[in-house]
Structure formats: structure tokens, C-alpha cells
Write a protein that binds this ligand. Structure first.
Ligand code: HEM
Length: 134
């Protein structure tokens, strides 16, 4: 990721977190499960904790984007847990699309091509790390 992309991801994530992490989590999983109903069964029936866990993990990764190596152990451990949940490499693209959709809806008029490209680069490097280590 280019330094200006890291800045854009940090800035836009902060805006979204100002809305309400629960609303962001709800929007994200609703989109994911509507587009890919078969994925729903991998998750627990009560998703409230999941919203918080996902948002907290993304926050911790995004805050460390300038020096990702400091969270690489955390990402590898998370990737191993995901293999245990039944997550397959093909699922990452589905999750990435739902995430981009959520970000776009959340940012509304502030969304731009630069922001989109920055988030694609961010998610790609995260997903690549997770897939390589699962
Ligand atoms: C870069 C992408 C992803 C991030 C940052 C992420 C983050 C998380 C976090 C923080 C948790 C909480 C539990 C834990 O830490 O192990 C979790 C659980 C889970 N994630 Fe992900 N995840 C990602 C991709 C995916 C993908 C592609 C799938 C595929 C459908 C997926 C499915 C699940 C499932 C099934 C759980 C377990 C719920 C449970 O049984 O409690 N995740 N994820």
C-alpha cells in the first residue's frame, strides 16, 4: 500500500467508527448473508459479539498499517482460527465485496475512486496474508 492510501484508509475508518460500529457490523453481515446465504451457517446464531470482534480487529490492523509486521502474529493466529471455522480461500473475495459495499454506503458522498483503491489494496494485503497462512 502507498503511504497516501494508508492515510485514506485510516481517515475513512475513523469516520465510519464515528457512526456506530454496531451499525457498520450489521450492514456488513446483512450484505454478506444476503449475497451468499450459504455462509450464514458458519457463524453463530447470535451475531452481536461478532460485530464487535470484527470491528475491533479491523481497528487494530488499520491503526498498525504503517508497520503491519507488529500485528502479523495476530493476523496469522486469526487466519488459523478461520481455517477451524471452515473458511476457505474463495470466501475472502465474498467478504471483501461486502466490506467495500459497507464502506461505500457508510461514506456516502465522500466515497471516491482513490478511497476505493486504497481499501482494495488494504483488504487484498490482509486477505493474502490470511490465505497464505491458512
Ligand atoms: C480479512 C478478513 C477477515 C477479518 C479481519 C476477520 C475477522 C474476524 C474476527 C476478529 C473474528 C472473531 C473470532 C476470531 O478472532 O477468531 C472472526 C470470526 C469469524 N469469521 Fe472472520 N474475518 C475475516 C475474514 C473472514 C472470511 C473470509 C470468512 C468467511 C466466511 C470469515 C468467517 C468467520 C467466521 C465463521 C467466524 C467465527 C464465528 C464464531 O464461530 O464465533 N471471516 N473473524
Amino acid at each position: 500500500m502507498k503511504p497516501e492510501q494508508i492515510k485514506l484508509v485510516k481517515k475513512t475508518w475513523k469516520i465510519l467508527m464515528g457512526i456506530n460500529p454496531k451499525i457498520i457490523g450489521d450492514a456488513f453481515y446483512s450484505k454478506l448473508f444476503t449475497d451468499h446465504p450459504a455462509i450464514r451457517k458458519l457463524f453463530p446464531s447470535d451475531m452481536n459479539q461478532q460485530y464487535i470482534k470484527l470491528v475491533d480487529m479491523l481497528t487494530s490492523i488499520i491503526m498498525n498499517l504503517d508497520h503491519l509486521e507488529s500485528v502479523s502474529e495476530e493476523i496469522i493466529a486469526m487466519s488459523n482460527r478461520h481455517t477451524g471455522y471452515g473458511v476457505k480461500p474463495a470466501h475472502y473475495e465474498m467478504v471483501g465485496s461486502a466490506l467495500l459495499w459497507t464502506l461505500q454506503k457508510g461514506l456516502g458522498a465522500e466515497w471516491s475512486d482513490d478511497i476505493e483503491n486504497a481499501w482494495i489494496a488494504c483488504y487484498q494485503s490482509l486477505a493474502d496474508t490470511m490465505i497464505q497462512n491458512n
